[in-house]
Design a protein around this ligand. Structure first.
Ligand SMILES: Cc1cc2nc3c(=O)[nH]c(=O)nc-3n(C[C@H](O)[C@H](O)[C@H](O)COP(=O)(O)OP(=O)(O)OC[C@H]3O[C@@H](n4cnc5c(N)ncnc54)[C@H](O)[C@@H]3O)c2cc1C
Length: 480
């Protein structure tokens, strides 16, 4: 015990940030407790977000595969039961949560159930509905409370006709017509999954293009493939009102006058920091209008002994980055130097098909006037693509035309999120085209796409070297 406090570190929230922070501190010999208000360990990542959505997707893909094998489609008579899909999800959620709970136990970390709120900067009250209130004190505190879905304006989600992504796992039946409001990552992922189940899906978003941080060609391909499973997009359209007065229907009125009718509306327009019940003021802290807490590059808040990590500090708000931040925050809190976090984040969009990217997009390179060349491989030209039956996968690498360095990798298709990490490693180690040209890849693998795309880029570079003189802009961009 340090300075008479109950704990050296108190982590509020047991998601990736809190859990990893707690384990890292325990490994440094610190006395640690985690407070969690959901009665299940793992946070949004395990209970309502990452793991459930990815397990749901896997179950959908499994059904799709067996339907193809049996030459069936998800027609009325063969419609899957949502309980079968969600049953698989709860199994995985429970197992994953058990693994995490055991990990906390193994590291002698106390797990305290209940909602935490500050009494003062070192004192936290834990409100457990079963056991009442308990007060704990700590030398250092890590805020890892994550986020919750923003509520749809003007209507209370009822869990059956109007839902947020947190409620999806309680659905009693598969909808026939679903309206997804918000074409961000979560909205697009669920729209793609439900469409594969034969649900008639309409996606509405005020922006003209979804997923603008991705390379445009990948998004165009995704939209094309989603339209093939009859997803309709209403882009550049805003919702004026939602009416769920009828027990079996939900009516969504758009500002343009269009009216959409469905039996389920998923509202997935952003998430807000879960800071409202923390009584931040008692700790001398505040948050922005989206409930997020500001930190410095050591994850310290304005109050030096209180740290924050994970979704509650904002971008990039991923399970992967939250884990790394939690671990680092704990390290900084106890005098460690974990080194800089590699800023070359990979992004994975688990739609059907999946998309992954690292580095820069063609749009960014064009805007910055960086001279680049594109290398493309198509899954249908790769033996593993044929074996897998994926003939639409598209793989793209972007190389600097003069230095030949790898600037970006963009993949849409089977295994994209795994395949990407080869490119991420090469980029991190400052590699480029020559690495791929000179390497032998296992055959038949999807990784062969790297080789094929590299030769494609090499051929284009060789051709343009014969036909072009360097442009003024290229010379300038390199500072020659
Ligand atoms: C549908 C969906 C799909 C996603 N898919 C992916 C994906 O594929 N890949 C990826 O990397 N990321 C994904 N994410 C994001 C990922 O889930 C989050 O980035 C991650 O969970 C954030 O971790 P965290 O530790 O910051 O907080 P969280 O996981 O949100 O955990 C915070 C925990 O703190 C608890 N808590 C909050 N307030 C208090 C309090 N006052 N007292 C006690 N406990 C409290 C909460 O109940 C929660 O259990 C997805 C998210 C969603 C919603």
């Amino acid at each position: 015990m340090s300075h008479g406090y109950d704990y050296d570190l108190l982590c509020i929230g047991s998601g990736p940030a809190g859990q990893r922070g707690a384990v890292a501190a325990a490994k440094m010999g610190k006395r640690v407790a985690v407070i969690e208000n959901r009665r299940i360990v793992g946070g949004v990542a395990v209970t309502t977000g990452t793991i459930p959505s990815k397990t749901f997707r896997e179950a959908v893909l499994h059904l799709k595969k067996s339907a193809i094998q049996n030459r069936e489609r998800f027609q009325r008579k063969t419609r899957p039961q949502i309980q079968d899909l969600l049953g698989r999800v709860s199994e995985v959620v429970q197992r994953e949560s058990d693994v995490m709970e055991r990990q906390l136990e193994r590291n002698d970390i106390d797990l305290l159930w209940g909602n935490a709120s500050f009494r003062n900067p070192h004192v936290v009250a834990i409100d457990d509905p079963e056991k009442g209130e308990r007060i704990v004190t700590a030398d250092k505190i890590l805020l890892a409370v994550g986020t919750r879905p923003a509520a749809p304006p003007g209507i209370e989600p009822d869990g059956q006709r109007v839902i947020t992504s947190d409620m999806l796992l309680q659905l009693a039946r598969l909808p026939r017509k679903m309206i997804v409001v918000g074409a961000g990552v979560i909205g697009i992922e669920y729209a793609a999954m439900f469409a594969e189940l034969g649900v008639d899906v309409t996606v509405v978003d005020g922006r003209e293009r979804p997923l603008e941080f991705l390379d445009r060609e990948m998004v165009d391909e995704l939209i094309h493939q989603m339209r093939n499973v009859r997803v309709s997009f209403r882009l550049g359209e805003r919702v004026a009102s939602v009416n769920a007065a009828d027990k079996s229907k939900v009516l969504v009125q758009l500002e343009s006058g269009k009216r959409l009718v469905g039996d389920l509306m998923l509202f997935s327009v952003g998430r807000v920091g879960a800071t409202d019940t923390l009584n931040l003021a008692a700790a001398g802290l505040g948050c922005d209008e989206r409930g997020r807490i500001a930190v410095n590059d050591r994850f310290q808040t304005e109050v030096a002994h209180i740290y924050a990590a994970g979704d509650v500090i904002g971008y990039p708000a991923l399970a992967s980055t939250s884990s790394a931040q939690g671990r680092r925050a704990a390290c900084y809190a106890f005098g460690g130097e974990p080194g800089d976090i590699n800023q070359l984040f990979p992004f994975g969009i688990y739609a059907i098909p999946e998309i992954s990217m690292v580095g820069q997009t063609e749009q960014e390179l064009t805007k910055e006037r960086v001279p680049y060349e594109v290398g493309i491989a198509r899954y249908r030209e790769i033996a593993r693509g044929q074996i897998l039956g994926d003939d639409s996968g598209l793989f793209k690498m972007l190389f600097h035309r003069h230095t030949r360095k790898l600037l970006g990798v963009h993949i849409i298709g089977t295994g994209a999120t795994e395949l990407l990490h080869i490119g991420q490693a090469v980029m991190t180690l400052d590699g480029g085209l020559d690495y791929f040209l000179g390497s032998v890849f296992n055959y038949p693998t999807l990784a062969e796409c790297y080789k094929v795309a590299a030769f494609d880029a090499q051929n284009k570079l060789a051709y343009s070297a014969e036909t072009e003189a360097p442009q003024l802009s290229e010379v300038k961009a390199e500072g020659v």
